[in-house]
Design a protein around this ligand. Sequence first.
Ligand SMILES: NC(=O)c1ccc[n+]([C@@H]2O[C@H](COP(=O)([O-])OP(=O)(O)OC[C@H]3O[C@@H](n4cnc5c(N)ncnc54)[C@H](OP(=O)(O)O)[C@@H]3O)[C@@H](O)[C@H]2O)c1
Length: 382
Amino acid sequence: MRAQTKIPPPSRQRPPFRTNGERGESYKKPPKRTPVSTSDLTFTNRIRDKHTPIMSTGAGKTVCVTGASGYIASWLVKLLLSRGYIVRASVRDPNDPRKTEHLRALDGASERLQLFKANLLEEGSFDSVVQGCDGVFHTASPFYHDVQDPQLQKELIDPAVKGTLNVLNSCAKTQSIKRVVLTSSIAAVAYNGKPRTPEVVLDETWFSNPDFCRETKLWYVVSKTLAEDAAWKLAKEKGMDMVTINPAMVIGPLLQPTLNTSAAAVLSIMKAGAQTFPNATFGWVHVKDVAEAHIKAFETPSANGRYCLVEKVAHYSEVVNTLKKLYPSVQLPEKCADDKPYVPTYQVSKEKAKSLGIEFIPLEVSLKETVESLKEKGFVDL
Ligand SMILES: NC(=O)c1ccc[n+]([C@@H]2O[C@H](COP(=O)([O-])OP(=O)(O)OC[C@H]3O[C@@H](n4cnc5c(N)ncnc54)[C@H](OP(=O)(O)O)[C@@H]3O)[C@@H](O)[C@H]2O)c1
């Protein structure tokens, strides 16, 4: 089995860190983050308060977050640290400052964040990362839409499916782990060929059909559907306590410096020169609600099964109209990308998410915070 290298937390002087005997980039203190500005500060503050921990629920507990540098995982690490957890965070390349600096800059990171190098495609890679943990949040999985044959299997399906099994097998060897929270997706729920129209309500009893997704070439959806299915089978076989979180399109402020796929979905209609909006309908949810749901799913003893997370299902035309109201002086696309009827909306039940205590942040606020963050990080100039 391949030995893993734990990356020691930086000392006060923050020397260059090392992995597998190599010297990495010198650590440079990242610029101080300015808070996301919105015109509706009162409302935003109220939302921030909702996510401010009342007590340190995680004090004395150690949890692992896989793919910690990712968009959702970075928020998860932030909220876990703020609750007092010790976080063992895996990244593929700890020598890449774009993957680690924003994590090291989080409150509590210097005392309680431990970085590890691990790859989903290497068997046993996560053994030492999950060792001694009370819980594991498995979020790492590629999220791209532009992968085609012949890379499909290697770049998308294998990391999702074999990677999930690798992580769960490592968890199964570790007695201390009480629960695994798997970041699945609405992709594993909603794509089965059943009609989705405004009166239809999806819920956690729905499962996507991989054959339908292959026929429609929805390869990311295939990867998430197969991964969740494989995870449930293994969890049952090993008697593992597992809960899945199934969010739709996740938006809201970015902590990482790079652009992730779901934030890019908003950027695509905001950037200069965008002429059309896609004829597509998605569920949308704020990243803080998603991170919060992961933690609640771990901390709530009665949590079980799957949790769909969707604040609102909206066609791009509605997203554009909301953005027009928020940014009246910005030129936004007026036309749909095709002349077909708009892809209909549908509903996603909030009942199970509410049972975890999730009160969803409204889409309008999520959009505003996404755009402000994209501006702050220089992805768009409005
Ligand atoms: N964003 C959404 O709208 C959305 C919605 C539903 C579900 N999800 C799920 O949420 C999770 C996180 O998504 P995200 O939006 O936060 O994406 P993201 O920012 O692209 O993060 C994906 C993470 O997966 C890691 N990863 C990919 N391949 C890997 C490999 N071979 N070995 C180790 N790590 C690997 C990446 O690590 P590196 O940084 O090292 O490349 C990255 O940290 C995924 O499981 C995704 O399917 C996302």
